[in-house]
Design a protein around this ligand. Sequence first.
Ligand code: F6P
Length: 481
Amino acid sequence: MASTGGAEVLVASNRGPVSYDLREDGSLHARRGGGGLVSGLSAIGPDANAVWVCAALGDGDREAVRRAEGGRLPTGDTGGQQVRMLDIDADVFADAYNGIANSVLWFVHHMLYQTPLEPVFDAEFRRQWGSYQAYNQAFAEALAQEAGQGAVVVIQDYHLALAPRMLRRLRPDLRIGHFSHTPWAPPDYFRLLPDDIAAELLSGILGADHAAFLTRRWADAFVDCCHTVLGPGIPAADPASGSGGTRIGVHGLGADADFLRKRSHEPDVDERMRALREEIGGEGRKTIVRVDRTELSKNIVRGLLAYRQLLDDHPEWRERVVHVAFAYPSRQDLSVYRDYTAEVQRVADEINAAYGTAGWTPVVLHVKDDFARSLAAYRLADVALVNPIRDGMNLVAKEIPVVSDEGCVLVLSREAGAYEELGEDAVVVNPYDIGGTAEALALALAMPAEERAERCKRLAEAATALPPARWFLEQLGALGG
Ligand code: F6P
């Protein structure tokens, strides 16, 4: 395919750095996203010839694409970045994103299926798989058009597992990387997928020169799946990658300390700290803080149940502790996420009704996404509860120790990617063990101030070892970019 663009560096991801709301008067309101990729890409500087290719996620985005001149969003909306947003047919997008990426691949890698009834790989699944292929092909074609000769392309995540090989076919001259932000399933679980689909996914990623993961554990699982599904020599000698095989990398994205420390001391955060302190009430009351998307893998309900058990088994903490739980609705197109969101609310209400008193609300639950308030909770945290069933990394586990005012104790699931880097100084839990988590919370609450401060300092150092800018440059560096 002929290249019409001349970009030297390209990023591809489902969600881009900006999304749009379409207002009733027909105007578009741009909202900039945060996260590792946004700050990472800024590391290559405003003059770099870089393009970010992403999908239009909703009606506002689609309208923005229609109004975009030359296929690029206005740089005033994107923080200066060149962004090409793809207007993929809405039904194809819904099948690929909700149907395959979030209901199949996310479930496989986070091992979320309740296997007596799920998964169901039937004709409807095959139809949606066709959409997932078309969605990946649309990205591959856009990247092929935008990339200059020999450009470096870094393709992100499970939404785009097929794109590396598709792009390789269109443009053998490119240097292609793929980065997985999720865990990777071990072979026994990965092979729930139909054999041809499992092979297509692995081969898709092996179309890249470099396939990278957040931890050694996920990288090893990927290699194990390749050996089991594709054969013992893969990925080391994959001829189709065009460059002597796919190299496997591990780059553990860390917290952006400079940004977080500055942002968490701005006036709106101070204001929310005052409001939150009022909600918590009670002189010297301790806080157990969690901040998550309301995501099945985050294990919020078991966290609430562990807190309830703490109040039962250690009644001395009643009236002296509050569980500050921020759970921001996510993927609400999927009924299983809507049900889970309702269950979080129900269990929190139940605890408050059973244990609350006139001057004490045991669980302070907020569901409206508010970044300044999340940072306020980070600063107030005595204990941070991060107990996912499985998680690629979990940046909250890294961010709270960086921001916390007094030094917090991190109660951390051994199934979070962050455990590899933070496990030594955290109080580690099996996320399924509610009693064990309750005891870990008790231990964390009672930890002497000096020990808590020392551990927190070491956690913050480990958490910031690979800030987003360096993490991103490492991806490019692995491709010789
Ligand atoms: O962990 C993978 C990931 O893509 C993250 O980068 C991100 O936090 C999350 O999933 C977002 O999911 P969605 O775009 O579906 O809201």
